[in-house]
Design a protein around this ligand. Structure first.
Ligand SMILES: Nc1ncnc2c1ncn2[C@@H]1O[C@H](COP(=O)(O)OP(=O)(O)O)[C@@H](O)[C@H]1O
Ligand SMILES: [Mg+2]
Length: 256
């Protein structure tokens, strides 16, 4: 057998009524990659992430994660294989304290497999909040959070499952330039791996969907560009921003 790619996507398609949201998308990525994904609004970026996490089922195509077929599996099963994601539209348990939102992730079988008992879960959730930069608000209700802090809560919830592949849907959305810088730094730190309190990160691979291209380019080593559900470019940040098709589809339209 040949070398198994970490993530391999082939011929992925998804239609909503008359709209081909994702059209024969294929790419693979390695264990140590940070991949950016850009494209105009409606290009199908969020749909690709939702197909990977099992929230949506593709009409056709295959997704393999570490050699395992994941199309058709339930989302909880995919999380336990080591894929976590954050959402563009955040939906925390609003009436629960912020820390309880993260404790739910810490209770996933994947995160609990190290034989921890429930009391430790709280400490671990706190570490995830600290990593995301909102530990000082741990006991407040999630409904009190600003847009930017909701983004951080999303990140804390995702990393608390100790993923090997982290999918981030517009992680800089709603953040100020200073906050964006901080978030970008946290991501680089996370990717490098190490110990963050009780979280043992092996440094997840990442797919980052983002509009803030300049920030994204500082983090990723490769960018995939989607337009009308089709991959129109896949290369280094430099290759992609100089690609005439990309400039026409995206950058020329005031994308930043
Ligand atoms: N659940 C859905 N039902 C119907 N249409 C959808 C649904 N989700 C997304 N779409 C449509 O599919 C296209 C791609 O959406 P999306 O993946 O959210 O794009 P992006 O994240 O790149 O902005 C858009 O035209 C969007 O309106
Ligand atoms: Mg989207």
């Amino acid at each position: 057998m040949g070398v198994q790619p970490f993530l391999e996507i082939e011929g992925l398609s998804k239609r909503f009524g008359g709209l081909q949201a994702v059209d024969n998308v294929g790419f693979s990525m390695g264990r140590n990659e940070i991949l950016g994904m850009i494209g105009p609004n409606g290009a199908g970026k969020t749909t690709v992430l939702r197909l990977i996490t099992g929230i949506l089922k593709p009409d056709s195509g295959g997704i393999h994660f570490k050699g395992k077929k994941i199309v058709g599996r339930k989302t909880w099963n995919i999380v336990n294989l080591g894929i976590a994601c954050t959402f563009q539209n955040m939906r925390p348990f609003r009436r629960l304290p912020i820390i309880a939102n993260v404790m739910v992730s810490c209770l996933s079988p994947r995160a609990m497999k190290r034989g921890e008992w429930v009391k430790r879960v709280e400490a671990k959730a706190m570490d995830a909040l600290e990593f995301a930069g909102i530990s000082d608000m741990a006991l407040e209700k999630a409904s009190t959070l600003s847009q930017g802090d909701l983004k951080r809560l999303e990140v804390a919830r995702a990393i608390a499952t100790e993923p090997e592949l982290l999918l981030l849907d517009e992680p800089f959305g709603g953040l100020s330039p200073a906050e964006t810088d901080l978030m970008a730094k946290s991501m680089k730190r996370l990717h490098k791996g190490g110990r963050f309190g009780r979280l043992h990160s092996e440094g997840p691979a990442m797919i980052i969907v983002e509009h803030k291209l300049q920030q994204l380019m500082k983090i990723v080593n490769r960018i995939i560009v989607l337009n009308f559900g089709i991959i129109i470019a896949d290369g280094t940040p430099e290759e992609v921003v100089n690609n005439p098709q990309v400039i026409e589809a995206y950058l020329g339209q005031g994308g930043t």
